[in-house]
Design a protein around this ligand. Structure first.
Ligand SMILES: [Fe+2]
Ligand SMILES: [Fe+2]
Length: 220
């Protein structure tokens, strides 16, 4: 009996160590990407928090939550393979540069799939630029062909990109970014993910406004 208890404890300890190693590796990858493109690391951390909240609200299974978190953190890791002249170009990308940029989900998939137990997360990374109407890339998947984690990352990635400041432009106001999400609901984005995210983001925004006392409610 004692031996069984000891073995169970040992297994739990090993599982916790593996989990810890995964987390450290992911943080290290995230830092690497941060070194290459300063905005990306913070962006990924915000996405991971939102991604888990949206996934939980949508009733995604518990074992999938971690995959959503991983995919949100590492969704743009493939940008490591994109030349700086393209990644940091202040000008509009040429067709050739854009074709290179569109390779980042496949590069990211090729990296993330090497992590043991992250096959599903790697597919979320691969498909995070698909559109619900099939007009996205790299595979042109549509509707529920796109894995749920990828549909979630697509919405929160777009929102965070729209509202973040860049060296060459000011981020959009919250209400305008929400308006654009709603416009693309059902074409670019999964409607249920958009609705869920807007609920969460609006609550968060209301909290910020309540704290600062400057708020206006967002009509969605
Ligand atoms: Fe991306
Ligand atoms: Fe992103």
């Amino acid at each position: 009996m004692k031996t069984l208890q000891h073995s169970t404890l040992r297994v739990k300890e090993l599982e916790a160590r593996i989990e810890g190693m995964h987390t450290s590796l992911i943080c290290a990858f995230n830092q690497l990407l941060d070194l290459k493109d300063l905005n990306t690391g913070f962006h990924s951390t915000r996405l991971a928090e939102w991604g888990v909240r949206v996934a939980r609200d949508l009733g995604v299974g518990r074992e999938c939550l971690r995959d959503v978190e991983m995919a949100a953190l590492l969704h743009d890791i493939g940008k490591m393979g994109i030349p700086d002249s393209v990644l940091k170009s202040p000008a509009r990308l040429t067709d050739q540069q854009w074709a290179l940029m569109k390779k980042h989900p496949e590069y990211g998939w090729a990296i993330v799939r090497l992590f043991p137990e992250f096959e599903r997360a790697s597919l979320f990374v691969l498909h995070h630029h698909e559109h619900i109407d099939g007009a996205g890339y790299p595979a042109g998947l549509a509707g529920t062909e796109i894995p749920i984690g990828a549909r979630i990352v697509a919405v929160i990635d777009a929102f965070d990109a729209m509202t973040s400041n860049r060296p060459y432009r000011q981020g959009l106001p919250f209400e305008e970014a929400i308006r654009r999400l709603v416009l693309a609901r059902g074409t670019q984005f999964d409607p249920s993910v958009v609705d869920c995210f807007i609920r969460i983001a609006s609550e968060e925004q209301a909290g910020v406004f309540a704290a600062t006392g400057t708020g206006v409610a967002v009509a969605v």
